[in-house]
Design a protein. Structure first.
Length: 473
């Protein structure tokens, strides 16, 4: 029997935690994980749509939402689901978001006893594709929402709008245009959602935006094709050598950015203060950090969350498997620039072209393949303090604030297109192995996530949130 009074914040949190301890949360997540919603897989068009039609829509309608399917503005891409629950247009309105698509299952690479499309629990870890990104995270928030509605007897005390997409893992094609086309329908006072990781498994975290990303390809094709290295070596261009030197003009052997067009704007002091002392790494699944890698003079936290990085994610020329004694005719590198707010990323192609020409690499071709803008809500914004205080109250411990995520999510759709203050409450941690075999959530983080999200959904219906909305008008 509950020890807390009905229609109270404490009772709502108790209901959410009971959802976990009873096994109901695992049953729901198991059903969602079993749905093979790989957005890179052309054979998954039906499961991608069914996740919205069969899994999400009936639940949301039961909770009082009016749902609408939105055709993706990009032809051939999965639809989106808009849902709204309006109690009174004069009340505070919250917009939230989730994505039900996942990356490739990589079925054959998972450890014994686990699988991508079957939920399994082992040593406090909940395994399955999408557990961390993003089915587990939006399942936590939906369970928290149900708990608040039950405790408040069917009322939230504010309006709630939801966007669900099924293309996030392939760059969210159509999301930005859908937000632009439906800006009036999606109008809100605050955006709040869950994706990405905490700083560490034991550090509750908020982040206020994300680094941007721009992928580009450098190519040198001599037109010679493969030529015998003895007969022609020393008198024809080796594109692999040229491309290697072109890359070394942009980034040093220690990962320091050398090209001015790749470097970030100066880091604001209020941003540095939030991130300079953050602990990074040190968990059992974490990679080995290199203290000498990256920009000199910065802490690990400043490098990861406050700086730009250039990563070579693909490199090819000739073959290292079936080696032949030939000078290759072509070399290619795929690079990703992760960048913070203030970087002129939209002029990146022209700026890299200028840099390469100045360094004598006129024959190396540049092709930008797309990207996301960087976003960063000012951490001094009043909604940040509101959410931070709510989560801290629910968990009984401090909450770390990141000005932006180290990775990239489509936050620009909400921050720039819809013009909303954006706060993210992640329910995962850096070594969750998202996008890799053995993706998992931690049971401990799920429990904290349920408490934090439930308390926050409760507090948004209280007078302090209403006052904050009024002060912003």
């Amino acid at each position: 029997m509950s020890s807390t009074s009905p229609q109270s914040r404490e009772h709502a949190i108790e209901l959410a935690v009971q959802n976990l301890s009873s096994g109901a949360f695992f049953q729901t997540l198991s059903r969602r994980v079993a749905q093979r919603t790989e957005s890179q897989n052309p054979d998954c068009a039906e499961p991608l749509r069914d996740y919205l039609l069969i899994e999400m829509q009936p639940l949301l309608e039961r909770l009082g939402f009016v749902c609408r399917f939105v055709d993706n503005p990009h032809a051939g891409k999965p639809p989106l689901l808009f849902a709204q629950r309006i109690e009174d247009p004069a009340l505070l309105t919250l917009l939230t978001y989730g994505h039900g698509d996942v990356t490739s299952g990589q079925d054959e690479l998972w450890q014994e006893g686990t699988a991508p499309w079957r939920l399994s629990i082992k040593d406090g870890r909940i395994y399955g594709r999408g557990t961390a990104d993003n089915k587990g995270q939006h399942s936590i928030n939906l369970a928290a929402l149900e708990a608040v509605l039950q405790a408040r007897e069917g009322k939230l005390g504010y309006n709630l709008k939801i966007i669900f997409e099924m293309s996030e893992e392939v760059g969210s094609p159509g999301l930005e245009q859908a937000c632009r086309d439906n800006a009036e329908e999606l109008a809100a006072d605050l955006f709040l959602a869950s994706d990405g990781p905490r700083v560490r498994h034991d550090l509750p975290t908020l982040f206020l935006g994300s680094r941007g990303v721009c992928q580009f390809r450098l190519t040198l094709d001599t037109g010679n094709g493969g030529r015998h290295s003895g007969n022609w070596g020393g008198i024809i261009t080796n594109p692999a050598i040229v491309l290697g030197h072109a890359l070394s003009s942009m980034v040093s052997a220690q990962g320091q950015l050398l090209a001015d067009c790749l470097r970030p704007a100066p880091m604001p002091e209020y941003v540095s203060a939030l991130i300079r002392d953050l602990p990074v790494g040190g968990e059992s699944f974490d990679p080995q950090l290199n203290p000498n890698w990256g920009e000199p003079g910065l802490t690990t936290g400043e490098k990861l969350f406050g700086c730009n990085t250039l990563e070579i994610v693909g490199l090819s020329s000739g073959s290292t498997v079936k080696v032949i004694g030939a000078i290759p005719g072509r070399a290619e590198a795929v690079c990703q620039l992760r960048f913070v707010d203030g970087t002129d990323w939209q002029a990146l192609e022209a700026n890299i072209r200028k840099h390469l020409d100045q360094h004598g690499f006129n024959d190396v071709q540049v092709q930008v393949e797309g990207g996301y803008a960087a976003t960063r809500l000012d951490p001094r914004h009043p909604w940040v303090g509101f959410v931070q205080n709510s989560v801290s109250k629910s968990l009984g411990e401090p909450v770390s604030i990141l000005p932006n995520l180290g990775g990239t999510i489509p936050n620009h759709c909400f921050a720039d297109v819809l013009g909303l203050p954006t706060v993210w409450l992640p329910h995962s941690y850096p070594s969750c192995k998202q996008h890799a075999p053995d993706e998992h959530l931690l049971e401990s983080v799920v429990e904290q996530g349920l408490k934090a999200a439930t308390g926050l959904f409760w507090d948004l219906g209280e007078a302090k949130a209403t006052e904050l909305k009024s002060s912003a008008i």
